[in-house]
Write a new protein. Structure first.
Length: 432
């Protein structure tokens, strides 16, 4: 997929987010430190600019790219500061839209998406020119860091509250139907890509998580949140998860046959909680792993969003206990997100917990570290292990190790990669 298409797809995750207190606060701060009356977060996809949060201006405004100053900032991937659009040597690609909108002063800082692509800006405007010293680049970049974190948190919240009936967040997946997803599963277009899970003490690769990707013939590679919400509350999710498991254990078996460094690697697969009140669940999972010649101990089942399934239904079927007795590793996913009530932790025995990615991405903050320490203490008390995902920097990996988490996962080591990239995953950077 071309870079512009990847950027547009990444931007589509942010175009429909609602202004959050974090976003509005950082915009007020940016306006205050620059003396500008207007501050905005503008998201830019392949065709339009979307004002998703604003101070001193309206939100929800959509304009074509030809009217967007921020599109020029994103295209450059670097800050653009224009104290006076009438001044000499200004960047005309940015200054011209600013002038046409009736403003004289502008500063824009690009914001990176979760996919590490510039998709938005933190920008300030004034209809009066400003002295150069009003726009302190270091201060604006600090504001941009806060804005980026708030924007990513808003994306996470937006994805959690989505349902199968939701309005599509981007034009690229607006016309996807359940029938198309079903056909894509059957014809092999939806396949697992893999993200490494690393032992935080040794830095060694211990497992990979299988994450669904739709290799669409027209739209390119679509991430799971472009299509999973359509099927997650239908019976299709059962066949979908089992198909992902079959492909993942087949890939793992192939890696082991080709590479000695894969002998001790496991695979983690997401499973909807809807599986675990069905009496034949364990047998169906066993059938898939046995067909691939894979031992259950090599397979981790990550239970996703279980709020729709009553706790008593999970317990009455004894499915989780049965799977653990057969040797599978069972983990509750997204701990620290809003979905998992205390009754699940109190009533259901699992092997481990996986912290929501917002915990990992917040490890540079006192609150993030406090939450991680609490989860570590909880898993230690229960004889379980903790995986922290969302780790994007060496410092976050270091903090995860200091708080006592056993495993880490995130872009610090690698983004999700197709199965043929396993040699690269197996040489992911080690902790020092």
């Amino acid at each position: 997929m071309a870079e512009d298409d990847r950027r547009a797809q990444s931007a589509s995750h942010y175009t429909r987010i609602a202004p959050s207190p974090g976003l509005t606060s950082v915009l007020a701060l940016a306006a205050q430190v620059t003396g500008c009356p207007i501050a905005m977060i503008n998201v830019v996809d392949g065709t339009h600019q979307y004002t998703v949060a604003a101070h001193g201006f309206d939100t929800g405004i959509v304009v074509p790219l030809g009217m967007s100053a921020c599109a020029g900032v994103i295209a450059r991937g670097a800050p653009v500061i224009i104290p006076d659009t009438a001044g000499p040597d200004v960047d005309e690609a940015v200054a011209d839209p600013v002038r046409r909108a009736g403003f004289r002063a502008y500063a824009g800082i690009p914001l990176l998406s979760r996919e590490d692509l510039p998709v938005a800006t933190l920008c300030v405007f004034d209809n009066e020119p400003h002295p150069v010293h009003d726009f302190d680049l270091a201060t604006l970049q600090h504001c941009a860091v806060l804005a980026g974190e708030a924007l990513d948190a808003a994306r996470s919240q937006n994805s959690r509250i989505a349902t199968s009936a939701r309005a599509p967040r981007g034009r690229r997946d607006a016309d996807i139907s359940i029938g198309e997803v079903a056909a894509a599963i059957d014809n092999g277009q939806i396949v697992p890509w893999y993200m490494p899970i690393v032992d935080l003490q040794t830095g060694e690769l211990t497992a990979v998580e299988a994450l669904a990707r739709w290799v669409h013939p027209e739209r390119g590679v679509l991430a799971a949140d472009a299509f999973i919400p359509l099927v997650e509350n239908t019976d299709l999710i059962i066949d979908f998860d089992l198909t992902m498991l079959a492909r993942a254990v087949t890939d793992l078996q192939r890696w082991r046959s080709e590479r000695t460094d894969a002998d001790n690697i496991g695979v983690a697969v997401n499973f909807s909680a809807h599986h675990f009140y069905r009496p034949d669940c364990a047998d169906r999972i066993d059938k898939v792993t046995t067909a691939a010649g894979m031992a259950p101990s090599s397979v981790t089942l990550e239970i996703t969003e279980s709020v729709a399934v009553p706790t008593t239904a999970l317990i009455d079927a004894h499915v989780i206990d049965d799977l653990r007795e057969r040797g599978y590793i069972v983990v509750f996913d997204d701990i620290g997100g809003p979905w998992l009530p205390a009754e699940h932790l109190l009533a259901i025995g699992v092997n481990g917990l996986k912290a929501d990615r917002t915990v990992g991405s917040s490890l540079h903050t006192p609150t993030g570290r406090a939450i991680a320490r609490a989860l570590t203490a909880l898993t230690d008390e229960l004889g379980q292990f903790l995986v922290i995902e969302g780790i994007e920097t060496a410092e976050q990996a270091h903090q995860a190790r200091l708080v006592g988490a056993r495993y880490g996962q995130g872009y610090h080591w690698s983004a999700a990669q197709p199965a043929d990239a396993f040699p690269m995953l197996s040489s992911a950077p080690r902790l020092t």
